[in-house]
Design a protein around this ligand. Structure first.
Ligand code: PMP
Length: 420
């Protein structure tokens, strides 16, 4: 499959080789790399993509979940065009930021107040700093396999910023390990930072007991519970914490909420957020583009016109139904393969054992994921090499049927090499 891929994609190969002269790895996002070279995408429309060699793909990756709206939705384009026509670097408070802040606080009720950033990474960094500053404690509990941004990763490759912080890394979905950590280090713990579904870690949902235990332990220890909803807020009408009935002290947001533009936000209890009030607070937080009108306008259009809470619920239902059908196909084919996830976001794993943490999904040959990825590409389906599959709003039932057919042909074509 790889030699067919190379033969089929000369323009992407040329792009990769040229760009590699000026950027290590030819790009600025490590996640996008795969061998022999990643496709260069030239344009998108709805839920379709065209690469530099003019091949058309059904987009089942949707900018690693940020692309809820698909490509060039007219509502977003209009909002951006209107904003552009009114001046974009206004050097002041503007008329749109308050509207977006209000909308977000109303949608995610645990967020009493918030501040904007340019990425989910920055949102998490600011939330961590807020927790350390607010509690005057040094330690932040995170979970093995967690991804909180480009510099805040607790997976195989070390995170560049772990050094100045005092992280305690615990196993995910493990109540006893969390209890033990709080029993020995409770008074030093500023906060727990947790994804309600490990996203990059393999779309592994948190168990309700686990989140409830973290809420109880943090409250008892006067530490903060911080939920990273950068990826998961799209998965339920009011985010995944609300779906679990959990009220965290702090929440971080990102991705689609900025309408597809660079975006992040962190917020929560007003008494914590007060530390950022320039009149009375003690922490500074600036950023030239934090309130940029293009993001604010795109975000407002997206959340109100395209992805109100009901639309989030409907997309989640389509995703959950697809995941069930895929798992039924794997079971029927007698292949040890499953798709885990919540709603419109899922990840493949080549085991039929229950998966509670990333360690449960490591006992198979990583080449199987590669095989699936290149098989899907050859069938005109764009997903992530790590097995991530994402639905966006404009994806049609026809495209979903094509995706399912491609998975089915994968199961039968490679029956003799797939685990059972
Ligand atoms: N947290 C989570 C859970 C994420 O999935 C991501 C992005 N994939 C981030 C934080 C970082 O967001 P950004 O890429 O905007 O910095």
């Amino acid at each position: 499959l790889q030699s067919a891929f190379i033969a089929k994609n000369p323009a992407s190969q040329r792009q990769f080789e040229t760009q590699a002269q000026y950027m290590p790895g030819a790009n600025s996002r490590s996640v996008l790399f795969y061998a022999p070279f990643p496709l260069t995408m030239a344009r998108g429309e709805g839920a379709c993509l065209w690469d530099a060699d003019e091949h058309r793909y059904n987009d089942f990756l949707a900018e690693y979940t940020a692309g809820v709206y698909g490509h060039s939705a007219p509502e977003i384009r209009d909002a951006v065009a209107t904003a552009m026509a009114s001046g974009i670097n206004l050097t002041g408070h503007n008329l749109l930021e308050g509207q977006l802040a209000k909308l977000i606080c109303e949608r995610f009720p645990q967020v009493e107040q918030l501040r904007f950033t340019n990425s989910g990474t920055e949102a998490n960094l600011m939330a961590i700093n807020a927790a350390v500053h607010f509690t005057k404690r040094p330690k932040i509990v995170v979970f093995s396999g967690a991804y909180h941004g480009g510099v805040l990763t607790f997976g195989a490759k070390p995170s560049p910023i772990t050094v100045p912080y005092d992280f305690v890394v615990l196993p995910y979905n493990d109540v006893a390990a969390a209890e033990a950590a709080f029993a020995t280090q409770g008074p030093k713990i500023a906060a727990v930072l947790v994804e309600p579904m490990l996203g990059a870690g393999g779309c592994i949902p948190a168990h309700a007991e686990f989140l409830n235990a973290l809420r109880r332990l943090t409250t008892q220890a006067c530490a903060l519970m911080m939920i990273d909803e950068v990826m998961t807020s799209r998965l339920a009408p009011h985010g995944l914490a609300a779906e679990h009935g959990i009220t965290p002290d702090m929440t971080t947001l990102g991705k689609y909420i900025g309408g597809g533009m660079s975006f992040g936000a962190f917020g929560g209890r007003a008494d914590i957020m007060a530390i950022f009030d320039p009149r009375t607070g003690s922490l500074a937080h600036s950023g030239t583009f934090n309130n940029n009108v293009v993001t604010m306008a795109a975000g407002l259009a997206g959340l109100t016109k395209l992805y109100p809470p009901a639309a989030a619920g409907a997309l989640a239902e389509r995703g959950a139904a697809l995941r069930e059908r895929l798992n039924a196909r794997c079971a029927k084919a007698g292949v040890a393969m499953q798709f885990t996830g919540v709603g419109s976001v899922m990840n493949s794993h080549f085991t039929s054992n229950p998966i509670c943490r990333p360690e449960d999904a490591t006992g198979f040959d990583p080449k199987l994921r590669q095989l699936l990825f290149f098989h899907l590409l050859a069938n005109g389906i764009y997903t992530a090499p790590r097995g991530l599959v994402v639905l966006s709003l404009p994806v049609t039932d026809e495209a979903i049927a094509r995706f399912e057919a491609a998975v089915q042909s994968f199961l039968s074509t490679y029956a003799d090499v797939l685990p059972n």
